[in-house]
Write a protein that binds this ligand. Structure first.
Ligand code: ASP
Length: 439
């Protein structure tokens, strides 16, 4: 059996953190494939190596001296090498990097060096084989990730290997040029490696003990989610909950491999399990709450709308013509509301309104701004009566006016629209009713 273990930047920010990681890996012989991030922040005021690399390369690209900035990055690695008592040196690697910066190798190349160098050190520290991700993580010539080719190449390379370190975050285009995923992309690499080797589990080690039911900036010390399904996670992540890169779910999901989010600083915590489906009941009816501010509601009214075939299509065409995607679409008999992102919509507002008039000939159009959407997600809601009722009575007690309700057909998700200014209070009221008082 084998496990893929991915460690985030804060887990590898210093020699002391590296040692914790080493202990974790050595404590379980199945932890054979390791995906490291670049060194992250050592404390709140520190800078991530990835950000240092972007800034350093920016200088190089603008023909400014960058040697001091590159030396500061080298110092971060030297500190780790010294703290771990390793015999290796990255001097030659840094010479190559400086040369490539001068030759303007690109910002993706620059950013990827954080993971590349950390991978070399990790392999040295563990006595594992180092594999440059550029040789196994493949992108297509237009820049999109080539899942099939990668799975083939990576599967072949890793089969029969006892262990390996594969740096996260980057791969290469067919012409060999380095290409990165979006920020936080080492999570995706870990998932890709887990798929390629048919891992038993993909452990994602970070600096928190898993997903929390609600945002800790809004709820003081919220409870942790023990088990969450991929679908629930998608709903919550889309609505702003973050711990794992959104795209990291897909490769393992196809293979039915669970993801276990773990805390490098508290390895005894069981963390959160992300699974395909489960008979594990969540402790509460809801699994999690997340939300986002900054939406607009475009309310469209027309008498007898319900009998007019194609009305909805015409309204949506008006948004499509301005290249605006809609978020939610609650409707009544003679009304239809289109929720859109305020920042996307603002500049095109009048163009869209004119188009709706032209295409759908409504009686009135009314725009409401500064709204927030809150998703209450839980597989437990399907089999429980009165969840929506409980949410709304909690909100009523908190004097919050509900602007919109939308329950998806999956029944694992209720979306509520409130004023931006009621956002935090609404989340607190919902958390309170389901978790604190467990009604
Ligand atoms: N080091 C990269 C970043 O800071 C990728 C990662 O850590 O996953 O975004």
């Amino acid at each position: 059996m084998s496990k893929v273990v991915k460690f985030g930047g804060s887990s590898l920010a210093s020699a002391a953190q590296f040692k914790k990681v080493g202990d974790i890996i050595r404590s379980d012989a199945d932890r054979r494939f390791v995906v490291p991030s670049a060194p992250g922040k050592r404390d709140a005021r520190d800078t991530k190596v990835t950000d240092m690399l972007y800034a350093c390369y920016d200088l190089a690209e603008n023909d400014q001296p960058f040697e001091k900035e590159l030396e500061d990055i080298h110092a971060r690695y030297r500190e780790i090498i010294k703290g771990l008592g390793l015999k290796c040196s990255l001097d030659e690697e840094f010479e190559v990097i400086a040369k490539n910066f001068r030759e303007k190798a690109g910002s993706d190349y620059a950013a990827s060096r954080g993971e590349y160098l950390n991978g070399i050190l990790m392999a040295e520290y563990l006595g594992y084989t180092f594999i440059d991700a550029a040789s196994v993580i493949c992108f297509k010539s237009k820049g999109e990730f080539d899942a099939d080719k990668t799975n083939r190449v990576l599967g072949k390379k890793l089969s029969g290997m006892t262990n390996a370190v594969i740096p996260g975050f980057y791969g290469a285009l067919p012409n060999g040029r380095v290409k990165t995923f979006s920020r936080g992309g080492s999570d995706i690499t870990g998932s890709i490696v887990a798929k390629a080797i048919h891992a038993e589990v993909y452990e994602n080690w970070t600096d928190v003990s898993g997903f929390l039911i609600a945002d800790p900036r809004i709820i003081k010390s919220p409870q942790k989610i023990e088990t969450i399904t991929y679908r629930e996670l998608r709903e919550l992540a889309y609505m702003g909950a973050s711990v794992l890169h959104e795209d990291a779910i897909f490769p393992v999901r196809q293979e039915g491999i669970p993801i276990n989010i773990r805390n490098t600083n508290l390895p005894e915590d069981s963390g959160t399990w992300i699974v395909g489906s489960t008979c594990q009941k969540s402790k509460y009816i809801i699994t999690g709450i997340a939300g986002k501010k900054g939406f607009c509601a475009v309310n469209i009214e027309k008498d007898m709308m319900n009998t007019e075939v194609g009305f909805g299509r015409k309204v949506l065409q008006a948004f499509e013509e301005s290249d605006i995607s809609f978020e939610h679409l609650p409707s009544g008999i003679d009304t239809m509301t289109v929720f859109v992102h305020q920042d996307e919509f603002m500049d095109k507002e009048q163009k869209v309104v004119t188009a709706i008039h032209r295409l759908a000939k409504p009686d009135t159009i009314d725009i409401e701004s500064d709204l927030a959407l809150i998703a209450v997600v839980g597989r437990g809601m399907r089999s429980t009566r009165g969840t929506a009722g409980r949410i709304f009575s909690a909100l009523a007690h908190a004097h919050i006016n509900v602007k919109m309700i939308d329950q998806g057909s999956s029944e694992i998700n209720i979306i509520i629209g409130v004023a931006n200014s009621d956002f935090e209070a609404a989340i607190r009221a919902i958390y309170d009713i389901f978790v604190e008082t467990r009604l």
